[in-house]
Design a protein around this ligand. Structure first.
Ligand code: IPD
Ligand code: CA
Ligand code: CA
Length: 259
């Protein structure tokens, strides 16, 4: 079995735990004021880590619910067991299992799976990206004013600090200059929707590696671009995350303050 097939099989099995949990009663716990976690986030991550340890023994496993410390390793797999936990808790079927494999600071393999809608996105470096068996390609939009842009709001918004200010300023700057905005609630899927041309851009502040490690490759393999707010290659230590179909990237950046 090829590694990408193994990764897909793990995501599909993990998705069964998420799907069962979606229709069941949940224990909702708080990691922060509005940052939620359920027993299904923990169970799904434990399952993925156990499987990855068997199939990818020489990779550092960086899971949202269990990892502490650095994000930087020569070989790492970044795991978000349920991306979109707020949607999951509220019964909104926009959630995903996200698994991204990185080597030497670059993404090499990725799977993002929405088990409720049964949509499987995947990519391998240099080989393109797909939803199921269908190849993905970003939109051809070149005009920011006609662009549909997705975003997200960091949990730190409740502190009304610089993250909140940047988020509000960005919305205020962008809204008159775009077609409309979407806040769908799962960053991994935001990147997949961008990769398949449903949206034209995406930005957010304070994303973590497990939110974007898989989606970055799926987007790049579909022809999209990812930078920080300075227009440089995005790194996991950057605060701002800007993604697009590549064609509206500089227009999008021009309305977002460097941070
Ligand atoms: C969150 C989602 C959301 C984004 C947040 C993330 P979680 O992940 O991706 O769309 O706006 O910044 O933390 O907590 O549901 O895994
Ligand atoms: Ca997440
Ligand atoms: Ca999560």
């Amino acid at each position: 079995m090829k590694n990408i097939d193994i990764l897909q099989a793990i995501a599909l099995e993990a998705g069964k735990i998420v799907r069962d949990g979606f229709y069941a009663n949940k224990q909702v716990m708080h990691k922060g004021t509005v940052d939620l976690v359920t027993q299904y986030d923990l169970q799904t991550e434990a399952y993925i880590i156990q499987e990855l340890k068997n199939s990818f023994p020489d990779y550092q496993l960086v899971g949202e619910e269990s990892h502490q410390g650095s994000y930087h390793y020569c070989k790492a797999i970044y795991i978000d067991p349920i991306d979109g936990t707020t949607n999951f808790v509220h019964g909104i079927p926009h959630v995903a299992v996200s698994i991204g494999v990185w080597e030497d600071g670059k993404p090499v393999m990725a799977v993002v799976y929405n088990p409720i809608l049964e949509e499987l996105f995947w990519a391998a470096a240099g080989e393109g990206s797909c939803r199921g068996q269908t190849g993905l390609c970003v939109s051809s939009q070149t005009d920011l004013q006609q662009s549909l842009i997705a975003t997200g709001f960091p949990y730190a918004k409740v502190n009304r600090g610089i993250e909140y200010r940047w988020t509000i300023d960005s919305l205020s700057n962008l809204l008159p200059n775009i077609r409309d905005i979407r806040r769908l609630g799962a960053a991994s899927l935001d990147l997949c929707y961008l990769a398949e041309g449903k949206t034209d851009g995406f930005y957010e502040i304070d994303l973590k590696p497990w939110d974007v490690a898989a989606g970055i490759l799926i987007l790049q393999e579909a022809g999209g671009a990812v930078t920080n707010t300075f227009g440089e290659a995005f790194g996991f230590d950057d605060k701002g995350f800007i993604a697009s179909n590549g064609k509206i990237h500089s227009q999008l950046l021009s309305h977002l303050k460097p941070i």
